[in-house]
Design a binder for this molecule. Sequence first.
Ligand code: TYD
Length: 132
Amino acid sequence: MLGKIIDFKINGDDRGSLIAIEEGYNAPFEIKRVYYIFDTKLGVERGFHAHKNLKQIAIAVKGSCTFVLDDGNKKEEVTLTNPNQGLYIEGLIWREMKNFSKDCVLMVIASEHYDENDYIRDYNEFLKEVNK
Ligand code: TYD
């Protein structure tokens, strides 16, 4: 598996559900940033990059979307449909996101602040980095 699924515990009762994500307990890194992607237009694909040093957990807190993960040798598709599942991605992985449902809210928890220098946005450069 290029990405690891983390099953979050649901604190459910007759009022509904609550999930807590805490550094060191169910998030295996220091949490420095949270961002979310929503109102994604029909048919849009995003991502198309790898990170040199970032760890992330992606959660479809509403709706669904599909991740394509690629380590330069093999590809894997993971569809997130459930707010109690997180997709943990670390290491040199090319990622693309697609099939966003209209209502999808994709929340991402990240180990570092936003840093454009951490991105590899060129697939050939990614392959070179993989084969170093
Ligand atoms: P982009 O990298 O294109 O998103 P995706 O990985 O989904 O294709 O980011 C879109 C814009 O948002 C771009 O101008 C950079 C900015 N951005 C931030 O300012 N902070 C962040 O944490 C992220 C992820 C993006």
